[in-house]
Design a binder for this molecule. Sequence first.
Ligand code: ADP
Ligand code: MG
Length: 557
Amino acid sequence: PTQQERFSFQAEVVQLLDLMIHSLYSNKEIFLRELISNASDAIDRLRFAQLTEPGLDEDEEELRIHVAFDKDARTITITDNGIGMSRQEVMDNIGTIAKSGTREFFQALTGDQRKDATLIGQFGVGFYSSFIVADRVTLTTRRAGLSAEEGVRWESDGRGEYALETVERPRRGTELVLHLREGEDDLLNHHRLLTIIQKYSDHISLPIVMPQDGGDEAGEDTVVNRGSALWARPKSEIGDADYNEFYKHVAHDFADPLAHLHSKMEGTYEYTLLLFIPATAPFDLWMPEARHGVKLHVQRVFIMDDTGQLMPNYLRFVRGVIDSADLPLNVSREILQSSRVVDNIRSSAVKKVLRLLKDLAEKEPEKYARFWREFGDVLKEGVAEDFSNRDEIAKLLRFTTTKSATDEPDTSLSDYVARMKEGQDKIYYLIAPTPAAAKSSPHLEIFRKKGIEVLLLGQAIDNWLVTSLPDFEGKRLQSVAQGVSDLGAMEDEAEKEAGEKAGTELSGLIERVKKALGDKVADVRTTNRLTTSPACIVADEPDLELNLMRRMQGSGM
Ligand code: ADP
Ligand code: MG
C-alpha cells in the first residue's frame, strides 16, 4: 500500500452532493437502486470486454452482485465482480462530473427543493446518492486485467475532499462500504433491504445475492431477485412497475417514462425490442455529443451502446434495449455499420417507434402534447433525415396556427387540411422569429380577413422543415411571405377588379417609389392582401425566404 493522497472534489460535485442529500432524502432508498445499477453496468461491461480482450476471465466465479450489512459496524456493503476501475478511472468517474449538460444543469437549478429534485433526477443521481444515507463511503476496486497490487481505495465523507490510496486487492471488481449516518439504522435489516431490492432492482438480469440471514456472513447466500432479463420474459408477467424501474436503470433517469413498446420479432431475423419514450428531455439532447439511448444486446448479453446504428439521430431520445438472436457475440462497431441484420432491425424499430407515437397522439393526446413539447423539435429533423418515413413523421408534427387558442402547438397537418376553406389548395405558413412577431405580421392580414388558417413557425429548425416538406397529402406548403399572394379560387371577382383598378390609379405613386428604392428592390406593386398596413416586403418566389435570409445574415431582426 502506498501513502494516502487527498484530493478536492470538483466544485460542482460539492454543490450536487449538498443538493442531493437535501432534496432526495424523502426518497432515500433509491441509493440502493443506483448502486446496484452501477454494479450491473460494470458486470455488463466486463462481459463485453471478455469477448474481445484476452486474459480478463481470471476466475470462474459466477457474475453477481452481493449486498450485505453489518449491524455492529453500521455498514451496508455492495460488491460486484464486474470490470472494476483503475486509479485513473476512479479519479475520472468518482469525484468529477464529466457529463455533457453539466453547465446547463447547474444553470437550471432554482433553489426550490421540489423542482430541483426533479432536475437532479433528470441529470442522473448515480453514485453520489450513497451520501444520502452515508456520512462516509469507502470504495475499493480493481480493474479487470490489472494485477492484485493495483487495487485502489477511495474514501470520502462527501464534504469536499476524498482520499485515494493504492491497495492490494486480489479480486477484480468493486466493493462499496456505506457507513450509515446517525438515525439510518432502519436500513440494517434484512427484510428492509430485500424489499428495496425487489421494488427497484428485480429486473436486473444478474443475480443479486444476500447472505441468508442478512448480516450473518456465515449464512449461505441466496438470490433475492428474479435475475432474468426483463425483456425476455413474457409480457403477461411484466407489470408497469417492472417496466418503469427497468427504464430508470437503462435510461439513468429518475422519473417514469412516458410510454414504452415491447415486442418480440420472429421473421427472417429474431430480436426483441424494449423501447421507451422518456417523459422529459435529457440535458444533452441538443449537444453534438448527446448519448444515444439504446443498448444493443446479443442473446441477453450487453454488447454496446448505440452510436447511431440502431436509432437515427432524430430518435436519439429513445431509450431501451434491442436484443438480437442473429448477431455474433463478438460483433464490432465496424460489423454493425454494414450488417444486414442491423439494417433490418433498425428500420423496423424506427417504424415501431413512429407507430407508438401515432398511437399516443390518437389515444392519449395529453401525453402526446407533453412528448411534443419535450421532443417535437428533434422529431422535426426526421422530415429531412428519413425520406422513407417522411409521410409518417409529417403526420406527427404539431403546429401553432392563427386559430390556436394559445401558443401551444396543437394542430396537426391533417387537422389543418380538414379545416381548409373551400377552394383552398395550399397549406399556408408564416416563419417569424417569435410568436408575437408572427401574430402582428402584415402578411397575415388578408388571411385573417378571409378566415384562412396559417401555420405559425418560429423554431430555427422550421426553415429546414418546410424546405424538406414541399407538400402534405398533395397540398403544397406555401409561405405567406413569398411571391405573389395567389389565393387562386378564393379570390373573388370584385377583389380582382379592385386590385387591378388600384394598380392603374396608383401607377404614379408606384413609379416614384420604384425610383426612390432603385435596385434595392426587384419590383414594387399594389396588393390587396393588406387590410390595415400600408405596405409590406415580400420575397421573390424562387428566392430564399426573407426570414431565412435575415437569420443567415445573423441580423436577427
Ligand atoms: P452513471 O452510472 O450514470 O454513469 P454514476 O454516478 O452512477 O453515473 O457512476 C459514475 C461512473 O462511475 C460510472 O459511469 C462508472 O464509470 C463508474 N462506476 C460507478 N460504480 C461502478 C462500479 N461498481 N464498477 C465500475 N465502475 C463504476
Ligand atoms: Mg449509475
